[in-house]
Design a protein around this ligand. Structure first.
Ligand code: GLN
Ligand code: ZN
Length: 763
């Protein structure tokens, strides 16, 4: 008989209760007790939502991040927060975000703010974890209190608890040695603490522990392979059964390793690694549990249950009670409950499944496996109908778009002339000074802008009045830029709520949820658009705003678009066609917008690809394929313009070494990047590659309220000019200014413009 379970549940709450409780606590508007109560209420509710499962995850709840929780469980606190006199939870927030709460920790004098822990992306998701910090002297001591409390709490509610922890090898792999020492040398010190944790849980009567080792789906070198063998030899025989969980991809060459570890069960992501199910079954001892992730934990589509049963039934017959089923990964990466969607497109709603619905799918599959398909005939029939409706829907399939993507050819991504000729023609048209100054696109999203937008959405402000308010904001931005003396202006993006949503709302093939929130980090959530159908552009999306902005100034006004790869990577996308095809469809729609802008007389067009790098697959061997279609999509979007139209792109991150050839291949005339925090050292990647086109290395960090001085900017640009010839350099901030205040933006840009003027006189 099959066993059902879940790897993790979203903790933010269907109404983002955790977000609001956390933020109120941090502002000092809520007591610690109130926050703790909210946490307990959410856990209880989420366990109820999962009550039909045979085993329910416990310990997956977190006040900030599960990796940071693990650091506290292992007693691995950064030196700078040790000796804190306040409550442990406050100290936890100090690591998470640099401080605990306004006013109510009472320790501002003795042990107040500290540097927050570094944050980075959890594998290829948009979830960010707090990077564990190590050095050669790191030691570990067990603090099992959080887990034990949650296990006890679950027990009291009658929950069949399966504690979830991050495994030791993944924990080390995800961390950083601050002193450059080898973090694997810490493994012998770490393992006894894990063993003690397992024994402690066994002492509480826990039978199964889920130990997450997603690092097994990545490229591992020999030392890390060896670490697995060593680690799991030390963790066996501690009184609990271990379910080793892998997810987000295929095990490939690590399959034999995973299968050889002395654990009682293995979870495989049978969405991404379906083709490995058989090999895994053959490779593991025949008394081991095989848990298969059969429902996609990374997207919002209903599972085709009949298709799933078709391959699952023979596996179930073979494995008998050794088979467990679950979602492919933790449901942290999907919204909580479709039932909360009141305004969602009625055609589309039956095609979707959020966390709660995905667990129902697991139940239906389990019932069919236990008692035959007849026992769930009605559920299966309804599912088949929804799947068929989606497949056949005219909302999904647009023959004209399909024909257009078939018509894509390499010439579409090819500029008429090489960079040198284009640069000369653009200069003849634009007549820009040496070290031209510009910004990345957005200006402050002020309170007035947000109020106008919400009034417009609520229907209390009509379209005309809203557009008028936005035009006023654009005018303000243009005036400010003229006074500052910037060379290439932007309209400021006042009319955009979000750089992806703004375009999604205007393209056919996208829909939006009301409450489809997914945790990004800490209390922050995103609400990804749903790309469900063939993409087309019914009408121009940005042209009127840009023409209006250009009408206010004699300086060049940049057109401003979000690129196809970034729109794709920040949305929930179709699972019925390759990502590459959806990306090409986006590219065609955006190409039409680019050409419309050009026809309207706009001479410079920026196409942001902020999320290009984060789409890199987990395995290096797959990078080439991804970069090929990602770059081609950008080229199709951008490169249909005449030689004297200048294409800019923007990427706000600082790791280019791996992708510099792909960036050069995009062939944008100008790329603006984030560099200020790297002291221009990241330009080395461009320098040693002999990157041929123009570059705007960001000269100040827009995330900080600090105002850069002219001298600092001159210093940075001087360093830049040692790597890239001055004729090819632009001067601009690291990223857009939407989160800043005007009173920060104006002096910062004044320093920037003055720095450029000084540099010109020196040049
Ligand atoms: N044009 C966008 C802005 O200025 C770019 C944002 C980004 O790269 N994240 O806000
Ligand atoms: Zn940016």
């Amino acid at each position: 008989m099959v066993t059902t379970h879940n790897l993790g549940f979203p903790r933010i709450g269907a109404k983002r209760e955790l977000k609001f409780a956390l933020e109120a606590y941090w502002k000092g508007q809520n007591s610690r007790d109130a926050l703790i109560t909210t946490g307990a209420d959410l856990r209880a509710r989420h366990w109820r939502d999962q009550a039909a499962l045979d085993l329910v995850p416990v310990g997956d709840f977190s006040f900030y991040d599960q990796v940071l929780d693990m650091s506290f469980t292992l007693g691995n606190l950064p030196e700078r927060v040790r000796g804190f006199h306040g409550d442990a939870l406050d100290n936890y927030f100090r690591v998470a975000r640099g401080r605990s709460a306004a006013g109510n920790d009472g320790h501002a004098g003795c042990c107040g703010g500290v540097a927050a822990g570094e944050m980075t992306k959890w594998f290829d998701t948009n979830y960010h974890y707090i990077v564990p910090e190590f050095d050669a002297h790191t030691s570990f001591t067990l603090d099992a209190s959080r887990l034990l409390e949650q296990v006890a709490e679950a027990r009291a509610l009658g929950v069949a608890a399966k504690p979830v922890i991050v495994g030791p090898v993944t924990y080390l792999a995800l961390g950083k040695a601050k002193d450059g020492s080898d973090r694997l040398s810490l493994l012998p010190r770490l393992l006894p603490v894990y063993a003690e944790l397992l024994r402690t849980l066994a002492g509480q009567g826990v039978e199964w522990v889920q130990i997450d080792e997603p690092i097994l789906v990545t490229d591992l070198d020999a030392a890390w392979v060896e670490a697995f063998t060593q680690a799991y030899a030390a963790l066996k025989d501690n009184g609990v059964n271990l379910l080793l969980a892998t997810y987000f991809g295929e095990l490939r060459e690590n399959l034999t390793l995973a299968a050889s570890l002395p654990v009682q069960g293995i979870h495989l992501d049978a969405i991404n690694a379906r083709q490995e199910v058989e090999a895994l079954i053959r490779a593991v001892r025949d008394d081991r549990v095989i848990s298969l992730g059969v429902v996609n934990g990374r997207n919002i589509w209903k599972t085709d249950l009949t298709a799933a049963l078709d391959w699952l039934e023979p596996v179930a017959r073979h494995l008998g009670k050794r088979l467990w089923i679950a979602p492919s990964c933790s449901l942290l990466h999907v919204p909580v409950d479709l039932a909360g969607e009141r305004k969602l497109d009625e055609d589309l709603k039956p095609w979707l499944a959020f966390a709660v619905q995905k667990l129902t799918e697991i139940e239906v599959l389990a019932t069919a496996l236990r008692r035959g398909r007849d026992a769930v005939a009605a559920e299966l029939a309804a599912n088949t109908e929804a799947i068929a409706a989606r497949r056949a829907s005219a909302r999904v399939n647009n023959p004209a778009v399909k024909a257009a993507t078939t018509g894509i050819n390499a010439a579409m991504g090819q500029r008429n002339s090489g960079f040198a000729i284009r640069a000369a023609r653009q200069q003849a048209r634009l007549n820009l000074p040496l070290y031209p100054t510009t910004t990345i696109g957005s200006f402050p999203q002020t309170r007035e802008i947000r109020l106008s937008r919400s009034a417009f959405k609520a229907g209390t402000l009509d379209l005309q009045a809203y557009q008028q308010a936005m035009r006023q904001e654009i005018e303000r931005s243009v005036r400010e830029q003229e006074v500052l003396g910037l060379d290439v202006l932007v309209h400021g993006e006042a009319e955009r709520n979000d750089m992806v949503e703004y375009f999604g709302e205007q393209l056919d093939g996208f829909t939006f949820t009301q409450a489809g929130w997914v945790q990004s980090y800490g209390s922050r959530c995103v609400k990804p658009p749903i790309l469900f159908g063939d993409i087309s552009r019914p009408r121009a999306m940005t042209v009127d705003w840009i023409i209006y902005a250009q009408s206010l100034t004699a300086k060049p006004m940049k057109g401003m678009l979000t690129g196809p790869v970034t729109i794709l990577n920040w949305s929930f996308v179709r699972d019925d066609q390759p990502r590459s095809l959806s990306c090409y469809q986006l590219a065609l729609a955006l190409r039409a917008e680019v050409l419309d802008l050009e026809r309207a007389g706009i001479g410079i067009i920026q196409i942001d690809e902020a999320a290009l790098r984060e789409g890199l697959p987990l395995r290096r061997s797959q990078w080439g394929e991804y970069l090929a279609w990602a770059v081609e999509s950008f080229r199709i979007t951008a490169n249909g313009v005449a030689d004297d139209t200048q294409i800019h792109t923007h990427m706000c991150y600082s790791e280019f070494n791996d992708i510099i050839a792909a960036i050069a291949d995009m062939d944008a005339d100008v790329i603006t990047i984030e560099t200020s925090r790297s002291d221009m050292e990241l330009l080395n990647a461009f320098d040693s590659f002999n990157y041929p086109n123009q570059i705007g290395p960001g000269v100040y960090d827009i995330h900080s309220p600090n105002i850069p001085t002219e001298a600092q900017i001159i210093d940075l640009m001087t360093k830049a000019a040692r790597r890239i010839p001055a004729e090819r350099l632009w001067v601009n901030p690291d990223c857009g200014l939407k989160t800043r205040q005007w009173n920060e933006v104006v002096p910062a840009l004044a320093s920037m413009v003055n720095a450029a003027r000084t540099l010109r006189t020196q040049g």
